[in-house]
Design a protein around this ligand. Sequence first.
Ligand SMILES: Cc1cc2nc3c(=O)[nH]c(=O)nc-3n(C[C@H](O)[C@H](O)[C@H](O)COP(=O)(O)OP(=O)(O)OC[C@H]3O[C@@H](n4cnc5c(N)ncnc54)[C@H](O)[C@@H]3O)c2cc1C
Ligand code: SF4
Length: 457
Amino acid sequence: MWVHMFGYFSASGMNEPDIKCERLAPSEYQKRFSDIKPAFNQNQALVESSRCLYCEAAPCVQACPTHINVPSFIHRINTNNIDGAAKTILEANIFGGSCARVCPTEILCEKACVRNFEPECQPIQIGRLQRYAIDNFSQEQYPFQRATPSGKKVAVVGAGPAGISCAHGLACMGHDVIIIDAGTKPGGLNEYGIAAYKLVDDYAQEEIEKITEIGGIEWKLNTHLGLDIQLDTLREQYDAVFLAIGLSDKRTLSLSGEESAGVKHAVDDIAELRRTENLSQISVGKRVVVIGGGNTAIDIACQIKRLGAETVVMVYRRSVECMSATWKEQKFALLNGVEIRTNCQPVAIQHDSGKVTGLLLDQTVGNSDSAERISIDADIIYRAIGQTMCCEHLALDKEIPEIQNGRITVDEQRRTTVKGVWAGGDCVDFGENLTVQAVQHGKEAAASIDRYLKTGG
Ligand SMILES: Cc1cc2nc3c(=O)[nH]c(=O)nc-3n(C[C@H](O)[C@H](O)[C@H](O)COP(=O)(O)OP(=O)(O)OC[C@H]3O[C@@H](n4cnc5c(N)ncnc54)[C@H](O)[C@@H]3O)c2cc1C
Ligand code: SF4
């Protein structure tokens, strides 16, 4: 069974449980949800940038999915050319500000840094330097100008990082773009998915405003592909279409008791946390169990613990090495007081009078195949076991792009199997679903669409 995200269909269909943990003082919420990676000041940026060896064959550039010229922007920071540094970053990655805050650099650019090895064993803090450049450059030096209008029109479906990155690229090249999104606000998971303390204040929206200032971009929000508009119609009305619809369906576990009040999808409450003006109004369990081993599981576990839950236990069915959450995220969860239990296979949800009371699990002992049946008390259980693409969006169209294993098939230029239709971001990606990856897909699709519009090929 699949349930649609963000409530364009019903949210989870479950009654809200009335459990609330003890409320915190207002200043405590502010403290617990402030920026977890505070910005560098000028001295810190100068000291950190002076550690860069400006490697000729810089491995960090290859390790960044958008291939930002890292040594170049770091050198510019070090010579106090902040506008130049920001230009280098933004030309490769229009979401350079968000990515500086949300990229898991420990598995990307910073993992590749040669400073990881002797004698320092500390990579350059590339993400924080990137943020320093983007936060401090002169806004009038924003390095983009729209080319002469081409007279061509492109429809982009999905206003997440992939869609907006593609729209910006196309607008720069002089094409007119309409961005269609089912939500009330643009940003996709950058707005509604990222943990609240990674992107504070209204950064995600401010960044989008800046990106779309270029002109030539029209918005059509509250418009759902598959319900309000069809791909066939877009293909008739526009010269090209880019699908960047993300993964809007949520997996369920098919366990007995799963319909009980108190069983929730992590992404719903994460979105709620990003939407709310008042964190004290969010319903928080006392004893919380999170099922899953990825980013989303870590994010809900840490945020709920910070909101005051007494115990938060993350359970994952395989070993710690198989968790898709990075080592840094796992460490962050432990530092937040989250308990992580691995090799735990959920068996059933325990409940009483329709409300969750616990989770029954089989825990594998050591390397053996034998399992011990255990139970963990819980008043809230979060499913954080991944999302998938909603294939119904395209069900009524005459010509449908090929979909394999729940993802749209694309070639290296992000072209789908249907002429004039491209796709990118999470809806095509089987790898790590990351903001920076989605931005790169949007960029690649824009370049390919531009070639198609100019040459027909
Ligand atoms: C909880 C969570 C935490 C994450 N944390 C991180 C992190 O810390 N760092 C990181 O790099 N990545 C993180 N990610 C992943 C990252 O957010 C995504 O990889 C990225 O947002 C994907 O971008 P996208 O544009 O492909 O899709 P999305 O951001 O999902 O945007 C898709 C857009 O399409 C719209 N849409 C969907 N269906 C339709 C339709 N039928 N009609 C019209 N519009 C539609 C949606 O409303 C949405 O706005 C996280 C993801 C989650 C779920
Ligand atoms: S965009 Fe992300 S991966 Fe690329 S250099 Fe910046 S922080 Fe590193």
